[in-house]
Write a new protein. Structure first.
Length: 192
């Protein structure tokens, strides 16, 4: 069977906010300003940035992604976690129960979160048509091979299937750098 080739995209550290959290950080009635659309339909990078603070260090100019969500979530790399002095679990987006605490600082206020910081589990977004064509199901764990000078295999890649997705793999910058990826590359999906 032909193997699925997937575009591998780097996901920089970012934060998703609830409407309430946005108001705490930026003031009552505040709305995000879209800077550009992301590859996943409806998702966008905003103009707004915040500072995140952990017990050991802080990181400035962390991007806020829109639209607003039902839970506030901060996605950092393991390198970021070391700088901040926190131990976030590796999770898929939305699964924040029992994750690491962090403080978020905006121009109008501060949010002290008991949980919400995670390291994003590497994942693939697929539309149902692509998943079906390659015999892949939602929730499946696959491996993805990338080539090049530091080529490697990303095991433990979770697949999420939804009609509102665009076909992409998402990894963080620790993973991008481990593989020495030069920019946009295609990965080969290996089914277990
Ligand atoms: Zn993603």
């Amino acid at each position: 069977m032909e193997r699925l080739q997937i575009e591998v995209e780097a996901s920089a550290r970012h934060i998703h906010l609830t409407a309430e959290a946005l108001e705490t950080l930026f003031g009552p009635g505040y709305a995000l300003h879209k800077k550009r659309d992301l590859s996943q339909p409806g998702e966008y990078l905003s103009e707004e940035k915040v500072r995140i603070e952990g017990p050991r260090g802080a990181i400035d100019k962390v991007s806020i992604l829109g639209p607003l969500r039902k839970g506030t979530q901060i996605e950092v790399s393991l390198t970021d976690a070391r700088v901040l002095g926190i131990k976030p679990p590796v999770r898929l987006s939305g699964d924040i129960a029992g994750s690491a605490g962090l403080t978020v600082v905006g121009p109008a206020g501060t949010l002290v979160l008991a949980e919400g910081a995670v390291v994003a589990k590497r994942h693939i977004h697929l539309i149902p048509e692509t998943a079906e064509r390659y015999g892949i199901v939602d929730g499946q764990i696959v491996s993805v091979v990338v080539g090049g000078e530091r080529g490697l295999t990303f095991d433990q890649t979770a697949v999420r299937v939804h009609p509102n997705f665009a076909d992409r793999m998402h990894i963080d910058f620790d993973e991008v750098n481990a593989a020495g990826l030069p920019g946009e590359v295609m990965g080969t999906v290996i089914l277990k």
